[in-house]
Ligand binder design. Structure first.
Ligand SMILES: *[C@@H]1O[C@H](CO)[C@@H](O)[C@H](O)[C@H]1NC(C)=O
Ligand SMILES: *[C@@H]1O[C@H](CO)[C@@H](O)[C@H](O)[C@H]1NC(C)=O
Ligand SMILES: *[C@@H]1O[C@H](CO)[C@@H](O)[C@H](O)[C@H]1NC(C)=O
Ligand SMILES: *[C@@H]1O[C@H](CO)[C@@H](O)[C@H](O)[C@H]1NC(C)=O
Ligand SMILES: *[C@@H]1O[C@H](CO)[C@@H](O)[C@H](O)[C@H]1NC(C)=O
Ligand SMILES: *[C@@H]1O[C@H](CO)[C@@H](O)[C@H](O)[C@H]1NC(C)=O
Ligand SMILES: *[C@@H]1O[C@H](CO)[C@@H](O)[C@H](O)[C@H]1NC(C)=O
Length: 226
C-alpha cells in the first residue's frame, strides 16, 4: 500500500488495525440516549450520523465542571473493534441546528487509540478523570454545551455519541454526582496507544508504515524512512 500524495503524513499507531465497526456508550456524565439502533429510519445505524449519532438535542442536561471533568465510555458494544481511534470534542451553546451547538469543532483531548481484548463485544469501560476544556476557552456557570465522542472505524467512517451539559462549579457537580472508582475506572482489558504523525518523503516513494504491536518504536521510525 502506498500513500498517493507527495507530502506524506503517516499516522502511526503501535498496534495492528482491525477495526471494522465500533460503537460507544458514554457512561459518565451520561448520553443523549440509546442510539445503538438500526432500523428502517436509520438503515446504517444511528451512531453513524453526524453530529450526535441520530439523537436530537436533549433538555435533561447533566452538570459538568467549569474546570473540566470526567468522561467514561464503554467502547465495546458490538463486534469488530479490537482497536479504535477516539476524539472528544466540545460544541458551545444552543445557537446551532436543532438548538444544539453551531459546530463540534473544539477538541478537548488529542486523538488516542484504545486496544480492546478482541474483536468480539466486550464489557470494558475506560475513563479519563480530568478532560480539560478546549484550549483557550473559558466558560461560566450555567453555560450550555455538548460533548461529542467520535470513534473512527478502519474504513474511515465515524461513529458519534453526545451528551448535553450545563457547566457548574466543581463542588456543585461533586455534590450531585461524585466521580469515584465505581463510575470512573479503566477495565484491565483495555489499553491505550498514543497517536502521532511523522513527516515523510516528498518524492511519493514512501511506504505506508505497517503497524505491529510487537515492534519497538525505533523499528517503526526506521520503517518511516525506508
Ligand atoms: C435524558 O433522557 C433520555 C430519555 O429518557 C435518557 O435516555 C438519557 O439517558 C437522559 N440523559 C441524561 C444525561 O440523563
Ligand atoms: C427507529 O428508531 C428510532 C429511535 O428509537 C425511532 O425514533 C424511530 O421511530 C424508529 N423507526 C422505525 C421505522 O421503527
Ligand atoms: C440551557 O439549557 C437548558 C435546558 O435545555 C435551558 O432550560 C436553559 O435555558 C439553557 N441556558 C442557556 C443559558 O441557554
Ligand atoms: C464554531 O462555533 C463557534 C461558536 O461556538 C464559532 O465561534 C466558530 O466560528 C464556529 N466555527 C466555524 C468553523 O464555523
Ligand atoms: C491557544 O493560544 C495560544 C496563545 O495565543 C496559541 O499559541 C495556541 O495556538 C492556541 N491554541 C488553539 C487550539 O487555538
Ligand atoms: C460513588 O459515587 C456514587 C454517586 O455518584 C455513589 O452512588 C457511590 O456510592 C460511590 N461509590 C463509592 C465507592 O464511594
Ligand atoms: C485510564 O487510562 C488513561 C490512559 O492511560 C489515563 O489517562 C486515565 O487516567 C485512566 N483512568 C483512570 C480512572 O485511572
Amino acid at each position: 500500500m502506498f500513500f498517493p500524495s507527495s507530502i506524506l503524513s503517516a499516522v502511526v499507531a503501535i498496534a495492528s488495525l482491525v477495526v471494522v465497526q465500533a460503537h460507544t456508550v458514554i457512561t459518565y456524565p451520561g448520553w443523549r440516549g440509546d442510539n445503538l439502533i438500526t432500523n428502517d429510519t436509520f438503515p446504517y445505524g444511528m451512531q453513524w450520523m453526524y453530529p450526535c449519532g441520530g439523537m436530537r438535542t436533549t433538555t435533561n442536561r447533566t452538570l459538568w465542571p467549569t474546570t473540566g471533568g470526567a468522561i467514561a465510555l464503554q467502547p465495546g458494544w458490538f463486534q469488530g473493534h479490537a482497536t479504535a481511534f477516539f476524539y472528544i470534542n466540545l460544541g458551545f451553546g444552543t445557537d446551532g441546528p436543532d438548538q444544539g451547538p453551531p459546530n463540534m469543532s473544539f477538541p478537548m483531548v488529542p486523538v488516542f487509540q484504545i486496544v480492546g481484548p478482541n474483536k468480539n463485544p466486550y464489557p470494558g469501560t475506560f475513563c479519563l478523570p480530568q478532560v480539560p476544556l478546549p484550549a483557550n476557552t473559558t466558560v461560566n456557570v450555567g453555560d450550555n454545551a455538548t460533548i461529542q465522542v467520535v470513534e473512527t472505524a478502519i474504513h474511515g467512517a465515524s461513529l458519534f455519541s453526545c451528551v448535553d451539559i450545563t457547566f457548574a462549579a466543581p463542588e456543585t457537580v461533586a455534590a450531585q454526582m461524585e466521580v469515584n472508582a465505581s463510575n470512573c475506572f479503566n477495565s484491565s482489558d483495555i489499553s491505550f496507544n498514543n497517536v502521532f504523525s511523522i513527516s515523510g518523503s516528498t518524492s511519493g516513494a514512501s511506504r505506508t508504515i505497517a503497524t505491529a504491536s510487537f515492534l519497538p518504536l525505533a523499528s517503526l521510525l526506521m520503517w518511516a524512512f525506508l
